[in-house]
Design a protein around this ligand. Structure first.
Ligand code: NDP
Length: 321
């Protein structure tokens, strides 16, 4: 039998590379001197793609070059990096890595919220810069008494809510559907912003949620409001956010994700009252390894018994019984 040929689009963790190399013939697209010529020569034999939400987009034009493709295994729970509709139309299964990162991302979200309110990174810089000897660090805003609105009460949103319950703050949420949870539901994101002092955004990216957080939502959040975005940069209208921060329409923001990563607008870098992280929500050694393991398992189990571990809902119908 011919070995199964897998294409990796950009470097993944060493554990993933090692596992895929032991089970399949692995081609590394980024190592090809001429990727276009490589795809012309080998594209028709590729049956699986290993990619990542942190890599470039897998669109229909790319899929057209891989006519034997059966599965795209993507690293990350968000999969807005893959044109899933195009994949489904070509009967290509798409998998992601849900479940293994929820608690890690929730930890980071709460850390970012506290860092933003209590200005922890700014205080540390103050100490390191020797300024403590000249006087005390200025007093910060607080989490105490704040109402927290969660935009997207999914797996990660619920893990954030569980943590925040221990912080003794009021919690409410917005999503397209009301859930059986002990938190107030708001059918509109503007309504939630109006009733909140902190908005934590943790919805999927993509066309449906593009600029869900716009000028109107930020205005509703108000001058004491804090925005925490750990979802995707596309969910927030970044220009509107910059304007809202510059004009004191809102108090501050903590961001892990940006519209055009890894480029962060200078206007954000220039604002002192923000905490800016380089998309590290799931970025611990243990959690990233667990995500890598799940990506490998998805490919191995697909080619072994036709059932990946975690297909995305849009392609679940392609998996037999
Ligand atoms: P889930 O699918 O479990 O939850 C998503 C939630 O978003 C659901 O509650 C859903 O509720 C809501 N939602 C979906 N679409 C909309 C919409 N159009 N308007 C309002 N609400 C919507 O996903 P996870 O919790 O696992 O992950 C969420 C996202 O977090 C990922 O897709 C990814 O983009 C991001 N993420 C970021 C990370 C980072 O490193 N910063 C790490 C991991 C994930 P309903 O269906 O009722 O609308």
């Amino acid at each position: 039998m011919q070995p199964i040929q897998i294409l990796m689009t950009a470097p993944l963790l060493p554990i993933v590379v090692a596992q895929l190399e032991s089970a399949f013939t692995l081609h590394k697209l980024w190592e090809q001197p001429d990727p276009d010529a490589f795809l012309k020569a080998v594209g028709a034999r590729i049956r699986g793609v290993a990619t990542s939400t942190y890599h470039g987009r897998i669109d229909d034009a790319f899929l057209a070059r891989l006519p034997a493709l059966e599965i795209i295994a993507s690293f990350g729970v968000g999969y807005d990096n893959v044109d899933v509709a195009a994949a489904a139309a070509r009967e290509v299964v798409v998998t992601n890595t849900p479940g293994v990162l929820d608690e890690e991302v929730a930890d980071l979200t709460v850390a970012l919220l506290l860092s933003t309110l209590r200005q922890i990174p700014q205080a540390e810089r103050f100490l390191r810069d020797g300024k403590w000897r000249e006087g005390a660090f200025p007093l910060s805003p607080t989490l105490r008494g704040r109402r927290v609105g969660i935009v997207g009460l999914g797996n990660i949103g619920k893990a954030v809510a569980r943590r925040l319950q221990g912080f003794d703050v009021a919690i409410a949420y917005h999503g397209r559907t009301r859930q059986d949870v002990p938190f107030d539901y708001h059918p509109t994101v503007t309504g939630l912003a109006d009733a909140s002092d902190v908005l934590v955004v943790i919805v999927p990216g993509g066309a449906e949620t593009r600029h869900l957080i716009d000028r109107e939502v930020l205005a509703a959040l108000g001058s004491d409001g804090v925005l925490i975005n750990v979802a995707r940069g596309s969910v927030v209208d970044e220009a509107a956010l910059i304007e809202a921060l510059q004009s004191d329409m809102i108090l501050s923001a903590g961001l892990d994700v940006y519209a055009d990563e890894p480029r962060v607008p200078q206007a954000l870098l220039d604002l002192p009252n923000l905490v800016l992280l380089p998309h590290i929500g799931s970025g611990s050694v243990q959690t990233r390894n667990a995500m890598g393991q799940l990506l490998s398992d998805n490919l191995v189990q697909w080619f072994r018994d036709g059932k990946p571990v975690t297909s995305v809902p849009e392609t679940a119908h392609l998996i037999a019984g």
